[in-house]
Design a protein around this ligand. Sequence first.
Ligand SMILES: Cc1ncc(COP(=O)(O)O)c(C=O)c1O
Length: 429
Amino acid sequence: MSNKSLQARKDKAFARGQGTLTSAFIEKALNAELWDVEGKRYIDLGSGIAVVNTGHNHPRVQAAAQAQLEKFSHTCLTVTPYACAVELAEKLNAVAPGATPKKSIFVTTGAEAVENSVKIARTHTGRTGVIAFNGSFHGRTSLTMGLTGRVAPYKVGFGPFPGEIYHAPFPNAYHGVSVEASLRALSMLFTVEIEPGRVAAIIIEPVQGEGGFYQAPFDFLQALRRLCDQHGILLICDEIQSGFARTGKMFACEYAGIEPDLITMAKGIAGGFPLAAVVGKAEIMDGPRPGGLGGTYSGSPIGCAAALAVLEVIEEEQLCERATRVGENMVSRLSTLQAMFPHKIGDVRNLGAMIAIELVHEGDANQPDPELTQAVVDEAARNGLILLSCGIRGNVIRLLPPLTITDELIGESMDLLEKTFDRLIGASG
Ligand SMILES: Cc1ncc(COP(=O)(O)O)c(C=O)c1O
């Protein structure tokens, strides 16, 4: 079996809409390394898109999932529930930021968590409007596509989109959008589009993921909190990509010291098992009536058991602190790389281990270089390094290593990245 033959079969068997970033078909994985069907080894700086924060096949997570599998794999949480789900809800309620008592629901995917957060916000407030941000990504279902602030590839040809969704500019210093400008635009939105009294929620990623790893300034999140309180609007933090120790805190919004009304969680929550959650202020969470929330596979017992192990690993292995160190370590190497290629690497940024470089022409933020970005991803994969691209301009390379990656592997991965840049642009300058 070769990568090439599997790719040919995949091209025939799969709709092209479910594309892939690399042509490596993976046979096995361990911590921060992958091996493909041809035995080629890769360092994984994608973590399955910020999912395996605890590394591939963490023995504790695997053992917890296996033990649960021995007992039962599915009974349906909304029919005959089980203890591991209750225990997980209690633990998530306790780790969610803020002193207000919390409640949880479990679903299966991030998009479902976002959909449900909007349903909960609408029932609690009796309002319909939702404000999201330019460049945001909240999922691929109809409502979450509507919330997503980027057209290609997520919305092209998929309309009509649900109503009562509005977008505001996300503050982005590198691209010249100040906190003040974003707040002014929100105020204008209240003037020209929808009165605040009809807005159920404002949803924001504390660090935009697919949009390009732009961090919402802490004072912006604080200002949003005040604005929401002023108008009775709920603040939803979408921590699906930024949660579970990824940024150096359990949740990125903790940096701003705010308490969101609702938090959406998925990805890193269960170390690779499909599980997602909405955790929020108890009174708000109890808005929908019994039966209004859920789903056949919501809160899979295997996912819940794995998630409990993930929480233990994050605490015992101090993965928040580790994320901060991983970020510092990589950014110091990336800054050196930027000094070598200042005309191509326009920006290096991170919050903990959510790390990105933005590729441009002539060092100019307004001249994105998506072609080079794609070339770097392809060449890195040939060199044995898995990288992910992102960004509304397609010119950001994001680094999301497992937080359990060793310093040696970080060093080796940065050597491979340097080699990739050297090969692609070193000679031509
Ligand atoms: C911030 C954010 N929200 C929502 C989603 C959707 O999650 P899922 O792909 O599990 O539906 C993602 C996925 O990338 C995400 O990064």
